[in-house]
Design a binder for this molecule. Structure first.
Ligand code: SF4
Ligand code: SF4
Length: 357
């Protein structure tokens, strides 16, 4: 018998079809159209006439085993034991009988999972891991989301916004945060304080030096031991040196703040993708409820809801009315921190004779 060639071990994404609801599996790629009978419910119709209703509900995203069991119980009762999660930590239950939709919604809401997040709603904010899982957070992104969503749940369960609003939060300044219609991110405001006693034991100094984006870190001898020093005039307080070298202590209860950015967008639907831009800086990183950050986000959301035209995303709305008008309408202060004074900003500033913000 010919020797079998050695085969690669496939360790990528598992085959999703085995876990799919049978109606979805049968009609994969065969959908004729879909609509939304009410907020939080999608209705798909296949070319062969089969129909399925998907009920989308919010979860706490970081789930304990008891919450997982309650979700699985609902799936067992209504959906042939099938359940799926979205990128933003929503859960989706599918039923093929329209008469099951309302009882399923009632069951989800009674179990504490509000139904919504479709169409022109504020979708479930995406957040990074925060204090539970990661070793470098300056804030707890998941806690910020929880506090905020407690106050704007109506906007999740209703489709009353001009267009969908994606909120993102990031618990450090450098890694996981993405572009959001509204983004709440950490902002360090002071250079790191170096714990020189630990540097030699914990850090590979060349890696830390190489990590700094503005070359502000140099090797140095301190008290006769190898350590590091920071040129504070150059440091942009980004926090990139903290992950490879925890003795570069940049997190600070007073000086690590929260900043709010708006107008980011990944999709190219209707308008091109956009980077988000800073609108509020130096907001207190005030656990456990972050009232100052929540108040600003709520003000931006209500202003957007009142003044944007239909189908304008947050970034499109600001582009149309202008940044000056945005700051007037939201009553947010425009400060020197909003000016892009980074040394590479010649590429991002408008270089015509007409200076605009
Ligand atoms: S945003 Fe930063 S602190 Fe938060 S999970 Fe990502 S790497 Fe960790
Ligand atoms: S905080 Fe950023 S800019 Fe400052 S020293 Fe560390 S890596 Fe460099």
């Amino acid at each position: 018998m010919a020797e079998q060639p050695r085969m690669p071990i496939e360790s990528g994404v598992p085959d999703p079809f085995q876990y799919m609801h049978p109606t979805l599996r049968r009609n994969f790629g065969q959908w004729k159209y879909h609509d939304r009978p009410r907020p939080g419910v999608l209705h798909h119709v296949s070319h062969n006439g089969e129909e399925i209703w998907t009920v989308k509900a919010a979860t706490a995203r970081q789930l304990d085993v008891f919450t997982m069991r309650s979700l699985c119980d609902i799936a067992d009762e209504y959906c042939l034991g099938r359940i799926r999660f979205t990128m933003r930590g929503n859960v989706e239950f599918m039923v093929t009988d329209e008469s099951q939709v309302e009882p399923l919604i009632k069951r989800c809401e009674e179990a504490g999972f509000p139904v919504g997040g479709t169409g022109n709603s504020v979708t479930m904010p995406s957040h990074t891991q925060g204090w539970i899982h990661c070793d470098i957070p300056g804030s707890d992104a998941s806690g910020v989301v929880k506090s905020l969503m407690d106050e704007i749940m109506h906007e999740f369960t209703h489709e009353e916004m001009p267009n969908r609003v994606h909120i993102t939060t990031s618990c450090c300044q450098i890694n996981c945060g993405g572009q959001g219609d509204i983004a709440i991110n950490v902002q360090h405001t002071k250079p790191p304080k170096i714990n020189h006693d630990l540097v030699a034991n914990v850090c590979e100094r060349p890696s830390v030096v190489a990590r700094c984006p503005v070359a502000a870190i140099r090797p140095a001898m301190v008290n006769g031991r190898p350590s590091l020093e920071v040129d504070e005039k150059k440091c942009i307080c980004c926090g990139a040196c903290f992950p490879p070298c925890p003795p570069m202590q940049i997190n600070d209860p007073e000086h690590s703040k929260v900043a709010i950015w708006i107008g980011g967008k990944n999709s190219n639907a209707r308008s091109k993708p956009m980077f988000h831009k800073l609108v509020a800086a130096g907001i207190p990183n005030n656990a456990p409820r972050w009232p100052e950050a929540s108040a600003i986000v709520k003000k931006i959301l209500s202003t957007y809801k009142e003044t944007a035209k239909d189908w304008e995303r947050v970034g499109d709305w600001v582009e149309r009315i202008g940044w000056k008008r945005f700051f007037e309408l939201t009553e947010l202060p425009f400060t020197k921190y909003h000016l892009d004074n980074w040394r590479g900003s010649r590429h991002s500033l408008n270089s015509s004779a007409h200076i605009r913000f």
